[in-house]
Design a protein around this ligand. Structure first.
Ligand SMILES: NC(=O)C1=CN([C@@H]2O[C@H](COP(=O)(O)OP(=O)(O)OC[C@H]3O[C@@H](n4cnc5c(N)ncnc54)[C@H](O)[C@@H]3O)[C@@H](O)[C@H]2O)C=CC1
Ligand SMILES: O=C(O)C(=O)COP(=O)(O)O
Length: 535
């Protein structure tokens, strides 16, 4: 089956060629579409790849019945209704690293341009003027640079600022002290403290509820006299009206804006004629190198998501570390162990699961988020009606049904790559455990108190029976008569003559009628079937 990919917003051809090279991907490249036209067309597509000009609204996502992936050839995802995408199970993939240097270089280009009055100088030369006295500049050396957001771009700016002889201070409550030390950046205790000493204040944070309007009239008023404010992050992080007022009152030396609350900036915006304001039309990422990088990065990840169901690059899988190569077998165990626990409990009359507790061995600790999502998907599969149950929406769908989810690391599971799922509801609970060793196949190792050893393939039959001779033969004969092929049969018991449990891995499906027939066999006490969905 071929997947259709819609590409908007001038995405670099090098990445698109990677998509077009796949026979299973049909790529349609269009210019940035007006909202209504995009809404009309989106229903035909499995993926959309674009940049900041295309708004991926809640309305668009709900209309996009086939959509599985949104690729963003760049960093900021404030143009995407992330919550709705997560609820619908649509993967959001961005290209976080490819344009970092482009923004950092534009920072120095524009700030030096502003300090040395380069736009005015160039214009004066075009106009036949030679006036050096009016074009006196200032240097970066010795000035204090205040960076808000010491992430990828903030860090690159900091490194280059040292080369210019600047003092570098930053405010970022989410970054550890070690990173500040490694970058030789002094940590400001608060945003206010940073503002109070910044000759140049620059914003490198995402736009969200915490950062919208972060620099307003009050903050601008607290900057040292004759400071410069730079916003290359997102429009609205620096309040445009307050900035305009501060520039008109000659309170600042100047400002640089590359991003605007509404883009494109309207032709008659008062910002266009404000004094000492250097404007660029969202050029931060506009270099040949950056566009090639982000296009390649995002297209590869979109390809892998569509063709190989690899969601490791989706930013809306909670806790994803980005590297899932070693986690896939563990995710399979988590999902299947949860499905087994749910099936067995349902046959004991417990249909409403209330709690899912995941415990993982230390070598899987980095995958806690995706593993919990996989376990949630295992509990829900076959229970809820959705054709888009996946690692992206499983946790939110489970929580919406009142299921409490938790995950913890444990050294007591007997293997560093062990996984245990405990489901509970009412008075009942059941734990199912497994392992995902690096060098052998994933196995289920425990169902309740019974030790088993079975590779959970397409379908697992779980029987409990009296531990008496003849049961295995009768079960095998019944399944054989019904053309159910047994791949593995693992019999476990707690004590001779007590209860026993059989974990039987079979090919294909086991009908409800076959399950009932198994229950009719002498000495069989319970029979549960876990059909595993697609991986
Ligand atoms: N002008 C342009 O063309 C471009 C603009 N951008 C913008 O730059 C932003 C930053 O990009 P990256 O550095 O790659 O992202 P990043 O995620 O590496 O860094 C963002 C940093 O902001 C920090 N942060 C978040 N909330 C904060 C708060 N309330 N106070 C202080 N710090 C806070 C985070 O801890 C993080 O370290 C993007 O979100 C995007 O909006 C990115 C690329 C191009
Ligand atoms: O990557 C980002 O966040 C940017 O702001 C770049 O946006 P663009 O892809 O140039 O529309």
């Amino acid at each position: 089956m071929a997947y259709r990919v819609l590409v908007t917003d001038d995405v670099d051809p090098e990445g698109l060629a990677l998509l077009a090279a796949e026979t299973e991907l049909l790529v349609d490249e269009v210019p940035t579409l007006p909202k209504d036209e995009l809404l009309r067309r989106i229903g035909d597509y499995d993926a959309i790849v674009g940049r900041s000009a295309t708004k991926i609204s809640a309305e668009l996502l709900r209309a996009a019945k086939k959509l599985r992936v949104v690729g963003r050839a760049g960093v900021g995802v404030d143009n995407i209704a992330l919550d709705v995408a997560t609820e619908l199970g649509v993967a959001i993939i961005n290209a976080p690293a490819g344009n970092t240097v482009a923004v950092a270089e534009l920072f120095f280009g524009t700030v030096i341009g502003l300090l040395r009055q380069l736009p005015a100088a160039a214009l004066s030369m075009q106009n036949g003027v030679w006036d050096r006295s009016k074009l006196m500049g200032r240097e970066l050396k010795g000035k204090t640079l205040g960076i808000v957001g010491l992430g990828r771009i903030g860090s690159e700016v900091a490194m280059r600022a040292h080369a210019f002889g600047m003092t570098v201070v930053a405010f970022d409550p989410y970054i550890a002290d070690e990173r500040f030390t490694a970058l030789r950046v002094r940590r400001a205790a608060s945003l206010d403290a940073l503002i109070a000493e910044s000759n140049i204040l620059t914003m490198h944070v995402p736009l969200n509820d915490e950062t919208r309007g972060m620099i307003g009239k009050r903050e601008l008023g607290r900057l040292p006299a004759r400071s410069i404010v730079v916003n290359m992050a997102r429009g609205g992080i620096v309040d445009e009206a307050a900035l305009l007022a501060a520039l008109e009152a000659d309170q600042l030396r100047g400002a640089v804006l590359d991003v605007f609350t509404a883009e494109p900036l309207v032709a008659d915006s008062p910002l266009r004629t404000a004094p000492n304001l250097l404007l660029t039309p969202h050029l931060g990422a506009n270099t040949v190198e950056a566009q090639r990088n982000v296009s390649r990065d995002v297209c590869l990840a979109v390809r892998d998501a569509l063709l190989h169901n690899d969601l490791s690059k989706s930013i809306n899988v909670a806790g994803g570390s980005g590297e899932w190569g070693d986690l896939q077998p563990a995710m399979l165990v988590a999902r299947r162990a949860a499905a087994v626990a749910r099936a067995v409990l349902a046959d004991q009359g417990m249909r409403a699961v209330r709690r899912l507790a995941l415990r993982i061995g230390p070598d899987l600790a980095h995958g806690a988020g995706p593993l919990l999502a996989a376990a949630a998907a295992g509990v829900l599969e076959g229970v809820i009606e959705t054709d888009r149950l996946n690692l992206i929406n499983a946790r939110s769908l489970a929580e919406a049904r009142g299921l409490e989810l938790s995950v913890g690391e444990s050294n007591e599971l007997g293997h560093p790559r062990a996984i245990e799922i405990a489901l509970a509801g009412g008075m009942q609970q059941l734990a199912v455990a497994g392992v995902a060793p690096e060098d052998s196949k994933p196995r289920l190792t425990r169902i309740g108190q019974f030790h088993v050893d079975v590779n959970p393939r397409q379908t697992l039959l779980i029987l409990t029976n009296h531990d008496v001779p003849g049961v295995i033969g009768r079960v095998g004969t019944l399944l054989g008569e019904r053309k159910v092929n047994i791949a593995e049969y693992h019999q476990a018991r707690l004590a001779q003559g007590g209860d026993a449990l059989a974990a039987i891995s079979v090919d294909g499906a086991v009908s409800e009628e076959t399950r009932k027939a198994l229950l009719e066999l002498p000495d069989v006490l319970t029979a549960s079937v876990a059909h595993f969905g697609a991986e």
